[in-house]
Each structure stands twice: as C-alpha cells, then as structure tokens.
Design a protein around this ligand. Structure first.
Ligand SMILES: O=C(O)CCC(=O)C(=O)O
Length: 269
C-alpha cells in the first residue's frame, strides 16, 4: 500500500479558494498512491483563530466537494485533512460569531468520492484559549476499515494523548493517521511522539503537518511515515511544501505484533 502525505503550504496571502484548487491538484498528482493525507485546517490555518467562524463550513461544504472530486479523479482513499465544521443543530444559534457549533473535523473519502468518515478532534489545543475556547470537542474515536488495513484517525494535539491511540489500537487500528498544524517550536515533540505512538502500538504512523507560517506561528513541517518497529520510512527534511511517500506492508503489523507480543502482556486496561 503506497501512502503519500501532502505537507501543504498554508500561506495567508493565498486566497482559501485558490488553496483548495491547488490542494486538489496535488491530490490528483498522487494517483499512483492508495492513500493520500492532507494536514489539519489547511484552508484557514490552524492558528488563524480570528478566521475560524467566517471560514466554517458544513460537511458538504466547498472543501468537502472539491476533495470528493479529487479523491474520485485520483482513485485514492483520501484523508482530506480537517476543516472548521459548522454543525447545524449542534447547539449554536447559526450566526457567524457563535462558536458553540464549531468543530475541528477531519474528512475521509473513498476512491469513489464518498465521505466515509468525519472525525471531530477530541483534544482541543490552547488550554483556556484558542481552539479550546472557540470550538467544541469531539467525543468519538474514529477507525476506518480499508481493504488492506484499518486506520485510526487523530488530529494534531491528540498526538500527546497515548490513551486515544491505545483505544484506536483496541478498536482494531493498524495504521494511525495524524493530520496536524504543529508549531516549529515543538518540532522535537512531534517527531518523538510520532515514533512513540508507532512503537507502543506496533502500528504504522502517518503524520502529516503543514508548511509555512499561520497567524505568525512557523510550522514544524517534518511530516513522517513510521513503521511498526519505529523505523522512519520517509520524512520531510524541513517545513517546506513537500510530498512524503512510502510503501507500507499491512501484514508487517501482524508480524511485529506476533514476534514481539508486548500488546498481549498488558496488565492495566
Ligand atoms: O501539542 C502541540 O504542541 C501542538 C498542538 C497544536 O498545535 C494543535 O493541536 O493545533
């Protein structure tokens, strides 16, 4: 299974619609891959809090529409990164300034262009500010069965919470996909945690960040694909716009888990 991570540049001077068209073009260029991943909040910018409400969109909004077409044209499974979702009837009053119905929601499409899963980020970043103050939290861990592996989905700050990844593993995930807009200041945490989640869960980790600077926050980039033994298969060398590609062997997860059966030795559940 060939996986490609698109470490997309999020330049505040590029209009959002132009970036959608550009991202769709990059997805189409990955038609030789089976699975393609985009980063977190690449339309608006993960730190562009002031724009969240104005750029919020429903699950059938402009990002979903163009990504559905791109997945279908490229014939790929597409993790289209996340959008600021405005969920009608979720508690807000529907006005542009009301944030109670906003979620950071990752969209996952089949090669037929069908939206097969929408994962609302469970751990919101910012402590008492930023995303944590502006958005609601998701509640449901997300697994997505593909023909060759089962994906577990996580978004950015979720990477710091090993219990989510263990829950995904318990639910059958063998390939853990993280979309992110991770700051450069904590790049060392990003690389370390991506490998740790792979080793402790004996799973592939596909971690896709953004390039560029959003709202004055330089991004880490360094998107990475790690195998179930903790070996890095491919990694972006910096925070530029890059496509990171590797071949995954889904059966290797079972081999590692059988040969070195630490998951079987768990005591605390
Ligand atoms: O945990 C971190 O250091 C970064 C998290 C983050 O930027 C996010 O979740 O948007």
């Amino acid at each position: 299974m060939r996986a490609s991570l698109i470490q997309l540049d999020v330049d505040p001077d590029e209009p959002v619609e132009a970036r959608r068209v550009r991202a769709a073009g990059l997805v189409r260029e990955q038609s030789g891959s089976d699975l393609v991943v985009l980063p977190e909040l690449w339309t608006v910018g993960a730190f562009s809090y002031d724009s969240f409400a104005a750029e919020a969109e429903p699950l059938d909004g402009p990002t979903a529409r163009i990504m559905s077409e791109a997945a279908r044209d490229a014939r790929v499974w597409l993790h289209a990164g996340s959008v600021v979702e405005r969920a009608p009837g979720a508690g807000g009053d529907g006005t542009p300034d009301d944030r109670r119905d906003l979620y950071n929601t990752a969209l996952f499409f089949s090669p037929d262009g069908e939206l097969v899963h929408a994962y609302r980020k469970i751990h919101r970043f910012g402590f008492d500010r930023g995303e944590a103050a502006l958005m609601s939290a998701g509640a449901e861990p997300a697994t997505v069965p593909l023909p060759t592996t089962t994906l577990g989905l996580a978004t950015c700050y979720d990477l710091r919470f090993p219990e989510l990844f263990r829950a995904l593993t318990d639910a059958g995930a063998k390939t853990l996909v993280v979309c992110a807009g991770w700051p450069a200041r904590r790049a060392a945490h990003w690389s370390l945690l991506a490998r740790a989640r792979a080793v402790e869960n004996q799973a592939y980790v596909l971690a896709c960040g953004t390039a560029g600077t959003h709202a004055g926050v330089p991004q880490a980039g360094r998107s990475v694909i790690v195998d179930p033994w903790g070996e890095t298969l491919a990694e972006a060398e910096d925070a530029g716009e890059r496509v990171v590609t590797a071949e995954l062997d889904p059966a290797y997860v079972d081999t590692v888990r059988a040969d070195f059966p630490v998951l079987r030795d768990r005591v605390l559940r």
